[in-house]
Design a protein around this ligand. Structure first.
Ligand code: KIV
Ligand code: ZN
Length: 608
């Protein structure tokens, strides 16, 4: 059967990557990260944590080390375009900070021309995260997306110019189907617009300009080489090749990159990038094929979120390069601190409201679970019989290493230790808030399980800024009479509001009471509840999705107007309380989405 990846011996990529042997290197390792009594030297084939390689100096159009692959994260731009994934400026800032800890080279912080809120969110990220240089001198590039038009480019520059390393990313479609039906422009017109807009972006003083021929995966090759050559002359420093609709096969996409490298005049002076969508489930494979064929930037998102079926997932691409880069992927490597993967994944899951499927590679709940007897037996004999990645590598500990059992006598330190074993990097005020909620639950529940803790983190840490706070809720329901709820909410000034309402059941009654107080018309799009642990004292988590009836819209990069939906989660031992918390959290997120003047930056520090 033909290989899905371009064969390094036949494609014209060999001057970039040395052809590698197809026989994996045999690595001498011990059986576990902690040598045990039975550990004997063992020759195995699995992921070894080789010593980290350093990140080369950042130069927009050149990477001093030919094996280094830049990670361009577009969670906050393409990822946020996923239906229902709306995030507030504060949430975007938290994610950008986390991406910086994760070590991504470039953060695409948003599409500033979409709305004033989007511009503001990108501006704050460029001021705060774009100026936070770490002890190794690393600071991520902050990028803003712009269509090929002056207004968009001005908005992008306005938002990113505060960063130490600002980048404008401008795009225009180059496929026949897009040019004819969407843009209604000829090839010559598209070429002229692309060239003049790249020049315009450079003329603003931005020396880092990325150009994307949208739908490159379905574009005419000769036209692609020509337009790419011309934008290089106009000053583009990175050329991104999007498979916008996820149509390409890995060998095809790898060949596309190789052909672009061979046929585009001036290509040796710029970085080639991949941007692969997942419509056929091939985005990670296509991205890796592109890197093998010479791309040195890959555009990815956390958890693979993004338009339709999503984008290539950062954790899959980064772990594939870490595990197999040396052996079969041309010795490529990234600057990702993989131990921050779990925290990044959880944060994006919580803030976007897009849940990670249990069997998702790397970050799914079952990614390290071994259910069958044969597998468990193998695991007990040697971890690497069924595990190619060790959980520690992505920031998880193997089951309860510290042996901590959390209960009502546990202190803050024990809580923090267990949280970090679960991949959560939480301290300061967030840890305080969590600790008091934990204590309250522990009064009623003997042992707090890991799942209880995860539900609490979701309910306490990953929440929007408070506009309305739940005071009390009281319901009467049953087979006799009308279900009735009394709800007390506290507003931002500390004033209490109490309303009584009836509905079709206890949750409906409570939601109606909340509506009477908050007085913002919304439609409840989705409601779901789960018991996170077994038994009568289980914690219930609720997820809701709402849409404001008085529109919260913005323009997407694809020019559609989107009506934002807002997610909320809540947790509690009482199902109605959990439901009301989720609803209030979604309302707070919606109310906090617009006009967030409280996000002000002074001398690089965010004032909340
Ligand atoms: O998928 C795509 O083509 C894009 C471009 C804006 C790069 O997201
Ligand atoms: Zn995209």
């Amino acid at each position: 059967m033909a290989s899905l990846f371009p064969n390094p011996n036949f494609t014209p990529i060999s001057h970039f990557i040395k052809p590698t042997t197809t026989t994996p290197t045999r690595v001498l390792l011990y059986s576990n990260t902690k040598p045990s009594k039975s550990s004997t030297p063992f020759t195995a084939i699995f992921c070894s944590s080789s010593s980290p390689r350093s990140r080369p100096t950042y130069i927009p159009n050149r990477i001093p080390d030919p094996h280094y692959v830049r990670i361009f994260d577009t969670t906050l731009r393409d990822g946020e375009q996923s239906p229902g994934a709306t995030m507030t400026s504060k949430e975007k800032l938290d994610i950008a900070r986390q991406l910086s800890k994760l070590g991504v080279d470039i953060i695409e912080a948003g599409f500033p021309a979409a709305s004033n809120d989007d511009l503001e969110a990108v501006r704050v990220i460029s001021q705060v995260v774009g100026n936070s240089v770490d002890e190794d001198g690393f600071v991520p590039v902050i990028c803003g997306l712009a269509r090929c038009c002056k207004n968009d480019i001005d908005a992008a520059w306005e938002a990113i110019k505060f960063a130490k390393r600002p980048r404008i990313h401008t795009f225009i479609a180059t496929s026949e189907i897009h040019m004819k039906n969407k843009l209604k422009k000829s090839k010559e017109e598209v070429l002229e617009i692309a060239v003049s807009m790249v020049k315009y972006a450079r003329s603003l003083g931005c020396d880092d300009v990325e150009f994307s021929p949208e739908d490159a995966g379905r574009s005419d090759r000769e036209f692609l080489y020509h337009i790419l050559g011309e934008v290089i002359k106009a000053g583009a420093t990175t050329l991104n090749i999007p498979d916008t609709v996820g149509y390409n096969m890995p060998n095809e996409f790898g060949q596309l990159i190789a052909d672009i490298r061979d046929n585009t005049p001036g290509i040796e002076n710029v970085i080639i990038s991949t941007h692969c969508h997942n419509d056929l489930g091939l985005s990670t494979a296509n991205t890796l094929a592109g890197a093998c064929a010479g791309a040195r930037q890959v555009e990815v998102t956390i958890n693979g979120i993004g338009e339709r079926a999503g984008n290539a997932s950062l954790e899959e691409v980064a772990m594939a390069l870490k595990c197999r880069g040396e052996q079969v992927l041309g010795n490529l490597y990234t600057g990702i601190n993989t131990q921050q993967i779990v925290m990044s994944s959880k944060m994006v899951e919580e803030y976007s409201g897009l849940h990670v499927q249990p069997h998702k590679a790397i970050v799914g709940a079952n990614a390290f679970a071994h259910e069958s007897g044969i597998h468990q037996d193998g695991m007990l004999k040697h971890k690497n019989t069924y595990e190619i990645i060790s959980p520690e590598d992505i920031g998880l500990q193997r089951s309860n290493e510290s042996g901590i059992v959390l209960g009502k006598l546990s202190g803050r330190h024990a809580l923090k230790t267990r949280l970090s074993e679960l991949g959560y990097d939480i301290d300061g005020k967030e840890l305080d808030g969590l600790f008091w909620r934990f204590k309250a639950i522990a009064e009623k529940k003997k042992n707090i399980t890991d799942d209880d803790l995860k539900a609490l983190v979701s309910d306490v840490v990953f929440q929007p800024q408070v506009v309305w706070k739940l005071g009390d809720v009281q319901v009467t329901c049953g087979t006799l009479g009308l279900p009735m709820a009394t709800v007390k909410l506290i507003d931002a000034d500390g004033e209490e509001h109490i309303v009584c309402a009836n509905g079709t059941g206890p949750v409906d009654s409570a939601y109606k009471a909340v509506d009477h107080i908050v007085k913002v018309p919304v439609t409840l799009l989705e409601y779901s509840m789960n018991a996170v642990t077994e038994g009568i004292d289980a914690i219930a988590t609720t997820q809701v999705l709402i849409r404001g009836d008085n529109n919260h819209t913005s323009t997407k990069a694809s020019e559609e107007t989107v009506c934002h939906a807002f997610s909320g989660t809540g947790a509690g031992m009482d199902m109605v309380v959990s439901s009301v918390r989720a609803y209030i959290n979604a309302l707070n997120k919606m109310l906090g989405f617009r006009n967030q003047p409280e996000l002000k930056v002074k001398a690089g520090n965010l004032m909340l």
